[in-house]
Design a protein around this ligand. Structure first.
Ligand code: C2E
Ligand code: CA
Ligand code: CA
Length: 497
């Protein structure tokens, strides 16, 4: 530790303040991880080198916006920091003409620990497995927690064969029996190994991930070393690289308040009243707007949607409160993703939200896809029941896009069915779409649901959908999604006219 430290320390007096911060960043990354903030401070104090302490303090103050770059549970680097570290080490490897390997470790069937023993026990098991992993890896090699049950080890200056041997040792160490309550659990894992080719650090991580997925699919195989930069994978790699850069942008947007909601009205065909407004998430980062189709799938894959979803629910509830106070008792509909509904804390979010706000629960609606209503897992069922019990209404979103099973419709606790835009898009020409719209509308209404058609852009579409018996319409014909500031004015003029 002190060897590296001295290298930085010796020239510290001559550094420009901005370089000092850079050096501190370097010192922090090299000397002090993986360890917590407090451990780091203890370490530097122990060293009793004032410039070093100043250096790290400066770094930390500069890093104020993002002090949580270590994973709380394991003390390993978190995902975002791991990407930065991979970039830095790959640049260094290229510069020094040395090697860099990455091991992607995914715990098999870890979800079963959570479902069988509860999340607290799950966390304890994870922490113990993380400790075993750390015991196998040299302190000089960064370890990161990159997913709930996935870890990554970066191995600079290590030949492929040595990395393979290490992967085998890790596999055996994790497999050792572990007592969970009174049950002995043996944790297996899938490991992917990749060696740096002519690519950025992110490329290395992607190939380690792919290798891990292959190991997982070819059950029993512990490990697959991927070929370096083959053309076969180039398409998949490009997509994934884009996802990683979107993930970076999402973190930035989270830190800088880049998320907002817009609201799109839904109009009743008979009364011409606004029956609801759908809250739609927007993300602006580095002066650029990302579309939901770009960022929602990434937020879902990385689990960020859970935090974002909580934010959306709270923000929509506040908007609904303000609209109510301004004389518009408008129901707001919020989209909810699978990851949110499988997380136990969803119920707590709902309860907290209804407790802190004065909002009547009937003014909130959740939009869920069919597959979620059909999901029999206890977590999803519990969360849906809790939402219904709390008095929220539920809508089936994008109906007709999945493998719709009509038999399920009778058991679904939804009051509303939203017909997907694909059925509306080619009206009035597409008679087959119209036939489907008519049949579904009739069926849903007989089952006690109201039917909303999405994506209505023309007056012909409006008329044909009204004739088909649809209850409400949503689309650019009435309004594009609007920011809250413009929504109130829109509602006033629409209701007035
Ligand atoms: P969705 O739930 O089906 O939302 C309706 C989408 O249709 C919105 O796209 C809306 O802007 C668009 N739309 C509305 N009227 C028209 C029209 O007349 N013509 C056309 N061409 N499009 C129309 P957007 O805002 O891009 O959202 C896309 C999807 O992203 C949403 O589809 C939803 O699945 C997801 N999404 C958006 N916000 C959230 C959110 O807060 N949470 C979650 N989990 N998903 C969200
Ligand atoms: Ca929706
Ligand atoms: Ca929809």
């Amino acid at each position: 530790m002190s060897r590296l430290f001295d290298a930085n320390y010796s020239c510290i007096d001559r550094l420009h303040p901005s370089d000092l911060v850079k050096t501190a960043t370097y010192t922090w990354r090299h000397l002090l991880h993986p360890c917590s903030y407090n451990q780091a401070i203890a370490c530097t104090t122990q060293l009793k080198r004032q410039p070093a302490l100043m250096c790290v303090t400066l770094f930390l103050s500069n890093y104020n916006k993002r002090t949580n770059f270590l994973d709380d549970l394991t003390g390993f680097l978190d995902r975002q920091e791991c990407i930065l570290e991979a970039e830095r080490l790959s640049t260094r490897a290229r510069y020094n003409n040395s090697t860099l390997c990455a091991l992607w470790i995914s715990l098999n069937r870890f979800r079963e620990v959570n479902t069988s023993f509860g999340h607290q026990a799950g966390d304890e098991v994870l922490a113990r497995l993380a400790q075993r992993l750390a015991e196998q890896v040299s302190p000089a090699h960064p370890i990161a927690r990159i997913g709930a049950d996935e870890f990554l080890v970066l191995l600079p200056d290590i030949p492929l064969a040595t990395a393979m041997a290490l992967a085998n040792r890790i596999h055996s160490a994790l497999r050792e029996p572990l007592l969970v309550g009174r049950v002995t659990w043996r944790q297996s894992c899938s490991i992917g190994l990749a060696k740096l080719g002519n690519e950025p650090g992110i490329g290395l991580l992607e190939r380690a991930d792919q290798a891990m997925q292959e190991a997982k699919q070819s059950q029993g195989a512990l490990l697959t070393a991927t070929a370096i930069g083959t053309d076969r994978d180039s398409q998949a790699t490009t997509l994934k690289r884009e996802e990683l850069s979107i993930e970076e942008m999402l973190h930035e947007a989270m830190e800088n308040g880049g998320f907002s909601l817009q609201y799109q009205p839904v109009i009743d065909v008979i009364s011409s009243q606004v029956v609801a407004c759908e809250a739609l998430m927007r993300c602006r980062v580095r002066g650029e707007n990302l579309t939901p189709d770009q960022f929602i799938p990434v937020a879902e894959k990385t689990g960020m949607i859970i935090e974002l979803g909580d934010w959306t629910l709270l923000t929509a509830a506040r908007t609904a409160e303000r609209l109510l106070a301004a004389g518009h008792p408008t129901r707001l509909a919020v989209n909810v993703s699978r990851a949110q509904l499988t997380a136990p804390k969803f119920q707590q979010t709902l309860h907290a939200l209804l407790t802190v706000s004065n909002l009547p629960p009937s003014l909130l609606e959740l939009e869920l896809t069919e597959s979620l209503f059909m999901d029999a897992s206890p977590a999803v069922r519990c969360n849906l029941d809790a939402a219904v019990e709390a008095g929220l209404s539920l809508a089936i979103d994008d109906f007709g896009t999945g493998y719709s099973c009509l038999a399920y419709l009778k058991d679904i606790p939804a009051n509303k069915l939203k017909l997907d835009r694909t059925f509306v898009k080619h009206l009035p020409e597409d008679r087959k779409s119209l036939a489907i719209v008519r049949a579904i509308t009739r069926l849903a209404q007989d089952l006690g649901m109201t039917v909303v058609a999405e994506g209505v852009e023309t007056t012909q579409q409006r008329d044909i959908l009204m004739n088909a018996g649809v209850n409400a319409l949503q689309g650019y014909l009435f309004s594009r999604p609007l920011p809250e500031t413009r929504l109130e004015a829109w509602l006033s003029s629409f209701e007035g006219g």
